[in-house]
Design a protein around this ligand. Structure first.
Ligand code: ADQ
Length: 753
């Protein structure tokens, strides 16, 4: 049907038009030819009869004249002939001369003037085609001249009906001829197009498979084409395995695409911290960290080694001679290798350069970055220390290394010196600032060069990728391939890609928490809340970028503007102490405490306190319990690469209830569009958002929550890692191909394929 509408119908219309034009032209030409023919025929007849007619005129022999005219009409086309005098009198006529063409009426056209009075009249030749009662006729009146004087005129009436007959025959044959011609032309065109397309597809296929060289002008197109084909086949492959990424599917990618290579993670934060508790026992703690939340399930799926700073008070006690411990406790599936830092190293590298310098540099939270030369020296030496530890774990030159976050901007290049062929995937978990702001850092070039040791450098959003490329453009002499989003320096190519991070969904912690109603019961009784309490939660590290001040102000404004919630609404702020060695963080913690007290003092009624501040670390099942007990979760970050709390809240709500109020300055706001998106700086707007959340009908809550949960099930952390590892596999494949083709090229240096 689509073929008929798209191709055959227009073709038929065009054909019809062409045939109609052709038939009109042909029959018009034929009619004009026929009329000219009639005229010549009449002249011929008049010329042949002229001598005899003149003789009869002289002899005044009318019977002879009639015989001559009779002879003329023997021609089947001549219907009648008559001879008239110059004065319009009939002299003789053939039998059955058609009525309507008598000497008088025809003479009116032929006899034009007599000139000067007394001069003989002048006669002109006259022709007419006429449709009459006897059909279409051609009438010619031809003067019969003698010694340049007119002796009379001969009227010849010819039958033209055969022209109409022939015209319709000609039209019929024209239509047939044109139709046959047009159909064969179309069929021929389609055949030729099909044949050439087949050749073209064969050629493209050969180019794609590398069996034929693409002409230079086609090479950029071929490159795009190859990527597209790879992407589509990956999607098709994914489709065959089911849409959802799981730990199992990630393992498969590792096995199939990366031949079961060991994954080595380098991250400052360790997934398990061993601490000695006050009762003398060793406790295992899961640190409050978005990075750990995202990467731990990946390591469980892929095994390998996680290299991190050993920061727990009992960490050394549980590690072996090589500083390693198998984790997770009880389900040992990968190795955690701890690197020890001196207090000076930790102060300079971690608290100093990373968290007083780079963290405020990358977040628009109005905090001034502090860059100290001594911190920078520690940052360099600690990066080297971790790179060396990692080098010891590399068992072949071709390893897969995941470098995590802003603590290790220099490590990728340092690692590359140990393992030139390694696939280094670096992920920057925080925003990348615009190039002016990045220029504040006195060691901006060193950081950029360090990161360019990576094979792939990932950010949460395209905007952060663009900012990074702008920084390269501004501060380094490097080639930027904008089409490919790649930076080439010293012959090494680094791809810059957005990979929005996510969480395990459904979370494995959900098995450790009771149903929603019970969570709610527990929280209500633990904090002595009224039975009809409306509960809001905020879960964060105590960090100024998380906008906790602004959040508390919004709670205060909510209670002022909507007094019906006072006495009923309680906001539970769970705040894990973070970076407490830094003055700014200490001060921030104090500010939050003071604000909490002030708001509570303002709205306290008997037992009622609107804000409950829990300034301590909670284990993941506890955090889950708060998510499940809440009517709303407010994430008010002033700037956040992604923010996993928002995603965790959604994933915890398998009852499809609860409302997420989300700052528009988080990466998550681009994905969780069904949340109530607010500007946390606009306290009025945010308080309206909180009120809207508390007033939202159950149907709407469920509709929004369902949509977000569906999204997270598909876009989970396995997909995040899976996409990075698939890209890495593709890159390694290209390297192998280019090595075979052009062995003298460096490992990261690819020809433009
Ligand atoms: P973070 O700044 O650490 O991560 P976020 O993404 O919100 O921020 O993750 C915090 C994690 O810590 C969550 O898993 C949360 O459950 C946990 N957590 C928070 N408070 C806690 C508490 N009191 N007790 C226990 N656990 C707590 C950085 C970037 C983010 C990015 C992540 C991942 O700043 O933008 O989303 O990395 O890339």
């Amino acid at each position: 049907m689509r073929l008929i509408l798209r191709f055959i119908m227009p073709l038929l219309c065009v054909l019809g038009l062409l045939v109609w034009i052709a038939s009109v032209l042909v029959s018009d030409t034929f009619r004009r030819w026929s009329e000219r023919d009639m005229r010549l025929r009449a002249d011929l007849a008049a010329n042949s009869a002229r001598e005899e007619l003149l003789r009869c005129l002289h002899q005044n022999d009318s019977s002879e004249m009639s015989r001559v005219l009779e002879q003329l009409v023997r021609d089947e086309r001549i219907m009648g002939a008559s001879l008239c005098g110059c004065d319009g009198r009939l002299i003789a006529a053939s039998p059955e001369f058609p009525a309507g063409y008598d000497c008088k009426s025809v003479g009116g056209h032929v006899v034009v003037s007599g000139g000067v009075a007394g001069d003989p009249p002048m006669l002109v030749r006259w022709t007419e085609v006429k449709d009459g009662s006897i059909g279409r006729v051609h009438v010619s009146a031809i003067p019969i001249m003698e010694n340049e004087q007119a002796a009379g005129f001969l009227t010849i009436v010819q039958d033209l009906s055969f022209v109409a007959r022939r015209e319709s025959q000609v039209r019929f044959f024209t239509v047939i001829a044109f139709t046959v011609l047009a159909v064969s032309a179309s069929v021929l065109t389609v055949l030729v197009a099909r044949l050439s397309r087949r050749t073209w597809t064969v050629e493209i296929r050969q180019m794609l498979r590398g069996r034929a060289a693409a002409p230079p002008e086609f090479q950029p197109i071929m490159r795009d084409f190859r990527e597209l084909v790879a992407e589509i086949s990956a999607e098709v492959h994914a489709g065959a395995q089911g849409r959802v990424w799981t730990a199992e599917r990630l393992r498969q990618v590792l096995r199939q695409e990366l031949h079961g290579e060991r994954v080595i993670i380098l991250a400052n934060r360790q997934p398990y911290v061993h601490n000695r508790a006050s009762d003398g026992k060793i406790e295992v703690q899961h640190p409050a960290s978005g990075l750990v939340t995202a990467l731990e399930p990946i390591m469980r799926a892929c095994s390998g080694v996680w290299i991190a700073h050993g920061s727990g008070s009992a960490d050394r006690e549980v590690t072996d001679k090589k500083d390693c411990v198998r984790v997770p406790p009880g389900e040992e599936s990968y190795t955690l290798r701890r690197v020890w830092l001196t207090p000076e190293e930790e102060k300079g590298y971690y608290f100093g350069f990373a968290n007083e310098g780079l963290w405020p540099l990358c977040h628009l939270a109005h905090e001034r970055p502090v860059f100290r030369r001594s911190d920078w020296a520690y940052y360099q030496s600690v990066n080297q220390k971790f790179a060396d530890a990692l080098a010891e774990e590399i068992d072949n030159d071709d390893s897969i290394i995941l470098v995590q976050d802003y603590h290790y901007a220099l490590a990728p290049s340092m690692i590359r010196k140990h393992a030139s062929r390694a696939t280094i995937l670096t992920f920057w978990h925080i925003p990348w600032p615009n190039s002016e702001r990045f220029g504040i850092c006195p060691w901006q070039r060193e950081l950029l060069r360090g990161l360019l040791g990576s094979s792939i450098l990932g950010f949460h959003t395209q905007a952060h990728c663009n900012n990074f490329i702008d920084a390269i453009d501004r501060y380094l002499e490097a080639r930027i391939d904008r089409d490919q989003q790649a930076v080439i320096q010293g012959g090494h190519r680094t791809l810059i890609r957005p990979y929005p991070i996510s969480i395990e969904c459904p979370s494995r912690w959900i098995r450790h928490v009771p149903p929603v109603a019970q969570c709610r019961e527990e929280v209500i009784s633990e904090f002595n809340l009224p039975r009809n309490a409306l509960i809001g939660v905020g879960i964060d590290r105590l960090d100024y970028t998380k906008g906790i001040e602004e959040r508390l102000l919004s709670v205060e404004t909510l209670l002022e503007r909507f007094p019906q919630f006072a006495g009923r609404f309680t906001f539970i702020q769970v705040a894990a102490p973070s970076r407490t060695a830094i003055e700014r963080y200490k001060a921030y913690g104090k500010t939050i405490e003071q604000m909490t007290e002030a708001i509570n003092a303002k709205f306290r009624r008997g037992e009622y306190r609107p804000v409950i501040l829990l300034r301590r670390h909670h284990e993941p099942p506890d955090v889950m319990r708060f998510y499940r007990a809440a009517d709303l979760c407010y994430v008010s970050s002033l700037h956040d690469g992604m923010n996993l709390v928002a995603k965790e809240f959604v994933s915890a709500r398998d009852d499809e209830r609860g409302v997420l109020v989300l700052s528009r300055f988080t990466g998550a706001a681009r994905e969780l569009t069904e949340a109530l998106i607010v500007n946390p700086y606009d306290i009025e707007e945010a308080s309206s958002g909180l009120a809207a959340a508390l007033n939202m009908s159950e149907e709407e809550q469920s509709e929004r929550m369902r949509a977000m949960r569906l999204y997270l099930t598909e876009f989970n952390v396995y997909r995040w890692a899976g996409r990075m590892l698939t890209d890495a596999a593709r890159l390694r494949h290209r390297h192998r191909v280019s090595d075979r083709l052009i062995p003298h090229l460096g490992p990261g240096e690819l020809p433009l394929i």
